[in-house]
Structures are given as C-alpha cells and as structure tokens.
Write a protein that binds this ligand. Structure first.
Ligand SMILES: Cc1cc2nc3c(=O)[nH]c(=O)nc-3n(C[C@H](O)[C@H](O)[C@H](O)COP(=O)(O)OP(=O)(O)OC[C@H]3O[C@@H](n4cnc5c(N)ncnc54)[C@H](O)[C@@H]3O)c2cc1C
Length: 449
C-alpha cells in the first residue's frame, strides 16, 4: 500500500503545534496534526486558562476579606461545585472548536501518538506516513515520582477538575503549580500541607520575596514541610498516609488527596525518537537556534518540549511561529528570545523578569538594588493589601534596568511594564519620565526605580 505523504506533520495540538499547522496550511502546504488527548493543548484545556477562572473567585474572596470592617460586612464563601461549572464554560468547547478550526483550514487530524519509524517516516492510526518536515510540539507531562504507592498521586488535571474539595490535601512540590493550587484550596476551606525536598518554595524566584510570600501563605492556613524526602504513599480506608523523612527522622501525615506537583518533564516517551535519530535530553528535544533538531534536519521542535527557554504559553506560541517561518521559507528565522516575565498566581502574585540579584552580580561589575516594602503606598493601603514588596536591579554603570521582582496583588500585570523596559534597554530615568495613569499599580514602578 502506498504511504500517505504530507509536507508537514505536527505532533501536538497546543499553542505551539497549532501555530505551525495553521501557518503552514495557510502557506499552501499539505499538513496533518496528531494529538494523543483532546485537541487544544494544556493551556486552554488543563492549564493557564481553567486555573485562572478558578482563581478569579479566590481573588474576590481575598479582596473582600482584606476590606472586612472597612466597608465590607459579610464573609464571602466559595461554592466550589458552582465555580467548577462556571469554569467548564471556558474549557468544554475547546477541543471541538480547535478541531473545527484545523479542519476548516484543510488540515488532516489524527487522534493517536505517532511513532517515528525513520528520519522522515511516522506510524499512526495503522498508517505509515512520510513527511517532508515533522514538528514535535508535545509539551510536558507531570514528572513521575519513584516512590512506593506512586499510583495514588493525583495530578494538576485532577485538581482543576475536582467536583468537590476534600477536607485535607497534601501537595508534593512547592513549585508554581503547587503554590497556586495550595492558595486556591486553602482559601476554599481545605486544610493544606505542601511537602518539598528544598528548603523553600519557588526556588527560581527571589528568596526575599519568596520568604514574605511563604509567611503570608502560612497565615492563610498552608502548612509547609521543607527539606523532606518523600518515602511512600499508602491507601488507608478513607485517607492516604504520606510518609517522609526529615532531619533523619521518619514522619507521616494523613490526607484525603495527595497531588504530585513536583515538576513536569518532556512528553516524548511515546514517540520512539531514537528511530527518528532525534536527540533529546532532560529538558526536551535538542534544537539549534532555528528550533531544528540538532541530529535530524527533517525535524523541528517547539513549545515546552524543545530544550530551550521557560515552559510558558507566550514563548511556546512564539516558537511555533519561528518554526512555521523556517518550514515555509527555509531556515531564515532564529529564535530571538526577549526577556520573559513569569508569574506565580498566588495571592499576592509573585512576578519576575530579567536577572535575579545573584545572576546580575555575576553578569555586571556593579549593580544597584532598589528594594523596599511598599505596604504603606497608597495602592496597597487603599485595599488593605497585606503584602507589597519589590526588588529592582540596575546595571550601575548604565543605570539600565536589568531585573525586576515584585510581590503584590497586581504583580502579574505590573511586571509587564518592566519586561518592556528591560527589552527596550530603558534606564531608571527614562522609566521615571514616562507618564502613566494615576492612581494605578503601574504608576508605582516609577517609585520603585
Ligand atoms: C496547571 C498548569 C498551569 C499553567 N499555568 C500557566 C500560566 O499561568 N501561564 C503560562 O504561560 N503557562 C502556564 N502553564 C504552562 C503552559 O500550559 C504551557 O507552557 C503551554 O501549554 C505549552 O504549549 P505547547 O504547545 O508547547 O504544549 P502543550 O500545550 O502541552 O500541548 C502539547 C500537546 O501535545 C499532546 N501530546 C503529548 N504527547 C503526545 C504524543 N505522543 N502524540 C500526540 N500528541 C501528544 C498533548 O496532549 C497536548 O495536547 C501551565 C501549565 C499547567 C500544567
């Protein structure tokens, strides 16, 4: 039987894969796309978007609690079941509408994981396929924890779909997903503990701001066990027993649910990459600056599964765009990554862009650090916000802003101004010379530098 042939075969229908498929198809290429799960990827189905819908209710709750006795009378409560239904309005239609968009563009859809047979051959849905270019855009999946009873762990997918919240939850891992979920669950009335092997949460973020966030997280009822080695999870009648070792001693605690929030790894185990001569490492598929596989010129990788950059939606979309340009025009477009802001959507948000204090000290001869507690600034006081801190880093010689770290209710928005300032090479003076709306959180950045 004759092989099926495509100009471009995309594996994974998240933001990265969709971008490549749609652009390639618009350019007149014959395109197919495969996904092993519902179409639309993590962000829209089981990541950023549903998470932010759930977060919306906790934002209202937190804001009302902070103003209790200052104009707000009643205690608000979260109705989790109702909130879940509301969330579904955003997620339910995603797979079908994504498929429709792709089909309307003339793209052939497959609903299985392809496997590499050779450098340009795949096997999927019982068919052998030859593709001129193969694009791997399969994203990440939760890292499996090799402990006894590991099958009892629930994942971020499960948390985002919980119909009912249990009384007690343990999260294993205090990265951004664990911290965000812990904040949501604690505010919705769950007794929450986070266990982590490190000495503090959010190790990629500024330690001083993380310390303040940790203190506040404790205030809202989150317990932390740091420096702990997880030993096992055992199913009891109603609960799970989580055993861990800390300071050489064995401990345990019980919870109704235990979530693995200990990081995510490249989703490549199904692909038989070796047969396609596609090299990979712990961070994903090894790519050059054109996002082309270093070992197979027919293959490109983009989004979270490529081995460069932070696993974030905006970067994945950008990478998808770069790959589509290189497929359509031949390798002409290198991935130029601007500084990329990131945010932990706890309340308060913790956001960061550019160099950390430690990195900046290594990178520049002298740096200036502008930091402070802004809890008494008008914006925080007006809504009685419990935390507002910042640390801004300048290259002393040029006064250019090179890093910004903010803990505030609106840090996820404000950080974007710093991303723009750093990308434009703005100095403190130039930022101060800009006129922003008043009173606004963005206007505060002038006082920070
Ligand atoms: C809980 C959570 C919250 C997040 N919150 C944020 C946030 O607030 N902001 C942010 O920027 N980012 C966030 N992210 C990260 C964001 O979701 C990713 O960066 C983004 O989805 C990456 O897009 P992508 O196209 O590379 O991959 P994905 O969206 O992961 O898409 C990959 C697709 O490939 C499919 N696939 C996997 N293996 C195979 C296979 N073998 N064969 C066929 N198909 C396969 C998957 O089913 C999936 O549909 C969050 C992630 C999670 C899990």
């Amino acid at each position: 039987m004759k092989n099926k042939e495509y100009d471009v075969f995309v594996i994974g229908s998240g933001i990265a894969g969709q971008t490549v498929a749609m652009n390639s198809s618009k350019a007149g290429l014959k395109v197919a796309i495969a996904d092993i799960r519902e179409f639309g990827g993590v962000c829209a189905n089981r990541g950023c978007d549903p998470k932010k819908v759930l977060l919306g209710a906790t934002e209202v709750l937190e804001a009302a609690q902070n103003l209790k006795g200052k104009g707000i009378r009643k205690e608000l409560k979260i109705d989790w079941a109702e909130l879940q239904k509301y969330k579904q309005n955003f997620t339910k239609a995603v797979p079908a509408s994504t498929e429709e968009k792709l089909r309307d563009a003339g793209i052939k859809l497959y609903h299985q994981s392809p496997k590499f047979l050779d450098k340009d051959m795949l096997f999927v849905e019982g068919k052998t396929i030859k593709a001129n270019k193969i694009v791997v855009a399969t994203g990440l999946v939760p890292r499996k924890l090799a402990v006894k009873g590991g099958k009892h762990f629930k994942t971020s997918d499960d948390f985002l779909n919980l119909k009912k919240l249990p009384k007690k939850i343990v999260f294993i891992g205090a990265g951004y997903i664990g911290m965000e979920f812990a904040h949501m669950a604690a505010r919705a009335g769950v007794d929450v503990t986070i266990i982590d092997v490190e000495k503090r949460p959010l190790t990629a973020f500024d330690p001083d701001l993380v310390e303040e966030l940790t203190k506040y997280s404790k205030k809202i009822g989150i317990d932390f066990v740091f420096g702990a080695q997880l030993q096992s999870v055992k199913k009891l009648r109603k609960n799970f027993k989580v055993a861990y070792e800390k300071d050489g001693k064995s401990n345990s605690l019980k919870a109704r649910m235990v979530f693995n929030t200990a990081g995510r790894v490249p989703a490549i185990s199904e692909l038989d990459l070796e047969k396609g001569s596609v090299e990979f490492n712990d961070n994903g598929i090894a790519v050059n600056s054109y996002l082309q596989s270093k070992t197979n010129k027919n293959v490109y990788a983009c989004g979270d599964v490529s081995d460069n950059g932070l696993p974030l939606t905006p970067l994945s979309g950008r990478e998808g765009y770069v790959v589509s340009k290189n497929i359509i025009n031949g390798n002409q477009k290198k991935l130029k990554t601007p500084v990329i802001p990131s945010v932990v959507f706890t309340l308060p948000n913790l956001a960061s862009v550019g160099y950390s204090e430690e990195e900046a000290k290594k990178r520049y001869k002298n740096i200036l650090i502008k930091e402070g507690n802004a809890k008494n600034w008008f914006n925080a006081k007006r809504i009685n916000a419990p935390c507002y801190r910042y640390k801004i880093i300048l290259n002393e010689r040029t006064e250019e802003i090179v890093g910004a770290h903010i803990l505030s209710p609106e840090a996820g928005e404000t950080i974007n101004i710093f991303a723009m300032a750093i990308n434009q090479g703005m100095t403190a003076d130039e930022l101060q010379g800009t006129v922003f709306t008043y009173p606004s959180w963005v206007n505060d950045v002038k006082s920070m530098v």
